[in-house]
Write a new protein. Structure first.
Length: 248
């Protein structure tokens, strides 16, 4: 059975600290801060209102200076999931939105279609969290632990049901490998439950937060997209993002 979902509250968690590229969230990309570029891409997904959940007033000011919506959250959150849950309660205390969609703040080239794809699996009532993945086509990345692998099985509805996520090369044998991309569409009830759970054993071992949900019996389904959006973690990444925007 499927249900028709039509909208979500889209929240972009943004913190000023970054170990490899300090203040990257405010880095200029062809005249606009990176967080504003992400905001604009999320707005183009056209699945609901978009807001940035900030830990610093400087981020909020940058967003609002460009006509976006920002909400201040606590500075001590340990994850983006915790930050968006607080932001959801602040932005939507009446629980008008049943789905909260988390878009990372460091993916200025994220395609609106990729954001929509994370929303699609929630048409199945048993799915708690929707997310996305793409096939790894470069053999260099099959062994790379920074490319998180999604181990899935077809769900019969055009997407896949997640069985596991890992930094190792899995599954074994012949066949494609898929890179998981950390954009999540949470049912509101699932997000509220998730942030109350303690970190799980496999989560701590793999350093992958989504395993907490699987270990707690929450169903995660995954849409396949054509290619992975480039996230910005280093000065070299930032220069590539700037070059890409110059060609648009």
């Amino acid at each position: 059975m499927e249900t028709r979902l039509t909208s979500a509250l889209v929240i972009i968690p943004a913190r000023l600290a970054a170990s490899r590229l300090p203040r990257k969230i405010l880095a200029d990309i062809c005249g606009k801060p990176m967080i504003v570029r992400v905001l604009e891409q999320a707005q183009q997904s056209d699945i609901g209102p978009v807001a940035v959940a900030c830990d610093d007033k400087e981020i909020a000011d940058a967003v609002m200076d460009h006509g976006g919506r920002a909400v201040m959250t606590r500075a001590d959150h340990v994850s983006g999931s915790d930050r968006i849950q607080e932001a959801a309660d602040l932005l939507d205390p009446e629980n008008r939105f049943d789905v909260i969609l988390n878009v990372q703040g460091d993916v200025p080239l994220i395609e609106p279609n990729a954001i929509r794809a994370a929303f699609v699996p929630l048409a199945i009532p048993d799915v708690s969290i929707g997310t996305i993945m793409t096939e790894i086509t470069d053999p260099r990345f099959r062994q790379d632990p920074s490319f998180v692998k999604a181990v899935t099985t077809p769900n019969g509805q055009g997407q896949h049901k997640a069985l596991y996520f890992t930094r190792t090369t899995a599954p074994g044998g012949d066949g494609p490998l898929f890179q998981h991309i950390g954009i999540y569409a949470y049912r509101r009830t699932a997000l509220d439950r998730f942030v109350k759970l303690a970190p799980s054993p496999l989560e701590l071992r793999e350093k992958l937060e989504q395993l907490r949900a699987l270990e707690a019996g929450m169903r995660i389904d995954v849409s396949v997209i054509d290619s992975a959006p480039m996230d910005v973690n280093t000065p070299e990444d930032l220069e590539r993002a700037r070059a890409a925007y110059q060609t648009l």
